[in-house]
Design a protein around this ligand. Structure first.
Ligand code: UD1
Length: 342
């Protein structure tokens, strides 16, 4: 079989690096592009260590169209998975232009260059954030998108729309948007994982850093929500399972099995887990006590969101496999490795 190449933009980051591993293990050649603005070269080194492949890395900002075009000159990929984006919700509210400039411009450049160089398949990293506070749960891909409450969420919706319109208008372009729920955990090798800069905004890195003694105490944001135990419900998806959903999307596109020029899939487990349940499971599987307290609700949080995964199960032939227990073990193994804890 002729080997196919996939460009992974943002491939040094958390989701990108895990996806690069799954693509390489499945027989694809991968080129990683990243400007390392919110990631580290160790992500690329981890991919190389796990796969034994000297995967090419190009340090480029996708917003710099001329520099980005060089990559299209150099490598003959037909598919791109575009991860490269900023992703901190709070920061995007404080500095929206930073998010519009970076997230929109880099994606527009991807679409333009794919057209210019005669390339075909684009997978876009979208998010369950596009559903906002949904009227019915679980959410299906047909569930109405709510007006975004942050510039970050807005860029996800806008890039989805750009991909829908571009793939609708240009014969050559095919698009798949994957709407991720809450990605957590690390590779079983503990060679790659999530490396947040500064104080983590997301739950699991905050938990693992608290367990490691880097943070004093986890704040549980709200115990008075209208849920069984009063904390928010989310759909936590294992990072390796999420990476495999990207592989399934790329296989579907390169094998010409798409039902439409633009498709959208939820990538979650279909299971709602509360913050308390997640914390307790983490304590149990790792045999430790976590220092935590209940704190006021965090502004902008939705009460509950979880995925109906039927479409992804059927069309991508993909489903989440790793248990929450194994995922939370892997998250702790990774944190221990980063902190040199035995
Ligand atoms: C958020 C964004 C999502 C984005 C994702 C990754 C929203 C609604 N969602 O997801 O779009 O893709 O981040 O950046 O903006 N929690 C605590 N204590 C903490 C941290 C979190 O109790 O220290 C709780 C939160 O209240 C929430 C749950 O844990 O109920 C998960 O939070 P988090 O990991 O930040 O993810 P989301 O807010 O769901």
């Amino acid at each position: 079989m002729e080997r196919k190449t996939v460009l992974v933009s943002g491939g040094a980051g958390y989701i990108g690096s895990h996806t690069a591993v799954e693509l390489i293990n499945a027989g694809y050649d991968v080129v990683i592009a990243d400007n390392l603005s919110n990631s580290d070269i160790s992500g690329v080194e981890g991919v190389r260590a796990i796969t034994g492949v000297d995967v090419p890395f190009v340090n480029v900002d996708c917003c710099d169209k001329q520099a980005f075009a060089q990559l299209f000159e150099q490598y003959n990929f037909d598919s791109v998975i575009h991860f490269a984006a900023y992703k901190a919700v709070g920061e995007s509210v404080a500095d929206p232009m930073k998010y519009y400039r970076n997230n929109l411009l880099s994606f527009i450049n991807v679409v333009d260059l794919m057209r210019q160089y005669g390339r075909h398949n684009i997978v876009f990293s979208s998010s369950a954030t596009v559903y906002g506070e949904a009227d019915t749960l679980p959410v299906t891909e047909a569930t109405e998108r709510k007006a975004a409450t942050s510039a970050y969420g807005n860029t996800k919706q806008m890039c989805e729309d750009i991909l829908r319109d571009a793939s609708g208008a240009y014969e050559q372009i095919n698009g798949i948007a994957l709407r991720y729920f809450n990605p957590i955990g690390a590779h079983p090798s503990a060679l790659i994982g999530e490396l947040p800069r500064g104080v983590p905004q997301n739950l699991v890195p905050y938990i693992t850093q608290t367990a490691a003694g880097v943070r004093e105490c986890l704040s549980i944001f709200g115990d008075d929500y209208p849920t069984e135990d009063g904390s928010c419900l989310r759909d936590y998806i294992d990072i390796v399972d999420l990476a495999k959903a990207h592989l399934a999307a790329i296989n579907r596109m390169t094998e010409g099995r798409c039902n439409a020029k633009y498709e959208v899939f939820n990538v979650g487990t279909g299971r709602a887990v509360s913050v308390f349940e997640l914390v307790k499971t983490f304590e149990k599987v790792n045999n430790l006590k976590l220092n935590y307290k209940v704190a006021p609700r965090r502004q902008g949080d939705v009460v509950a969101v979880w995925a109906d995964t039927a479409l992804a199960n059927k069309e991508l032939g993909w489903q989440a496999e790793r248990s929450l227990e194994d995922t939370l073990r892997s998250a702790w193994e990774w944190e221990k490795r980063v902190r040199n804890i035995k």
